[in-house]
Design a protein around this ligand. Structure first.
Ligand code: TYD
Length: 207
């Protein structure tokens, strides 16, 4: 049995990422591939419980360090219970957010030292790095307006203010620049156009 492929979607708020995850999964399944659609934080029972802890409450509930540990605790369970078993069974895994969100949100945005995050990544993610990461990029005002418009200003992260989100955007672009597995997707366009951009990246890299 061949090893499956691992694709992650990353980016700031309101980029339309979640819709595009579902569309990609549909297209891959139409090619008769077995695909597991999942998300972080979450994607396994234990990780979903940690998600509730991590994302609810007011913005200052957790220190950046504690928040980082919660994200990697959830990630550890998700990898053990969902991601690795699927990949080993030859399935494709498409995940809405993964470790680059910790690099951007807790690291660049929250100020957790990068070397601490990289040490956790080495210990928890290890060799299970994504084969392809799609980094959705959008001007911050457009993303936040979309998130507001959808009534989604509800998680602790979406209420953190413009400067935080600008740092986040630059952080994601820097991650993309320094990791070969990343492709930046221009998310400033209609949904069908963005879907084609995603598909071009997946075909170019993996099919
Ligand atoms: P969600 O509502 O799923 O956001 P989105 O639709 O934008 O993906 O909430 C996930 C939130 O968790 C999001 O604001 C980013 C944050 N997050 C981190 O801060 N660190 C992480 O490692 C992960 C995976 C997510």
């Amino acid at each position: 049995m061949t090893q499956g492929r691992f694709i992650t979607f990353e980016g700031g708020e309101g980029t339309g990422k979640s819709t595009q995850v579902a569309r990609l999964v549909e297209r891959l399944r139409a090619r008769d591939l077995e695909v597991v659609q999942t998300r972080e934080p979450g994607g396994s029972q234990g990780a979903e419980e940690i998600r509730n802890l991590a994302l609810n409450g007011d913005a200052g509930r957790w220190s950046p360090m504690t928040e980082t540990l919660l994200m990697f605790a959830a990630r550890s369970d998700h990898l053990e219970r969902t991601v690795r078993p699927a990949l080993e069974a030859g399935r494709w895994v498409v995940c809405d957010r993964f470790a680059d969100s910790s690099r951007a949100y807790q690291g660049v945005g929250g100020g957790t030292p990068a070397d601490f995050i990289e040490a956790l990544d080495a210990a928890v993610v290890g060799v299970t790095q994504p084969d392809l990461t799609l980094v959705f990029d959008l001007p911050v005002e457009v993303g936040l307006e979309r998130a507001f418009g959808r009534g989604l200003f509800e998680t602790r992260f979406e209420s953190k203010g413009l400067a935080f989100h600008e740092r986040l955007r630059r952080g994601f672009l820097e991650i993309a620049r320094t990791h070969d597995r990343c492709v930046v997707i221009d998310a400033d366009g209609d949904m069908d156009t963005v879907t084609e951009r995603v598909w071009a990246a997946v075909q170019g890299r993996l099919l």
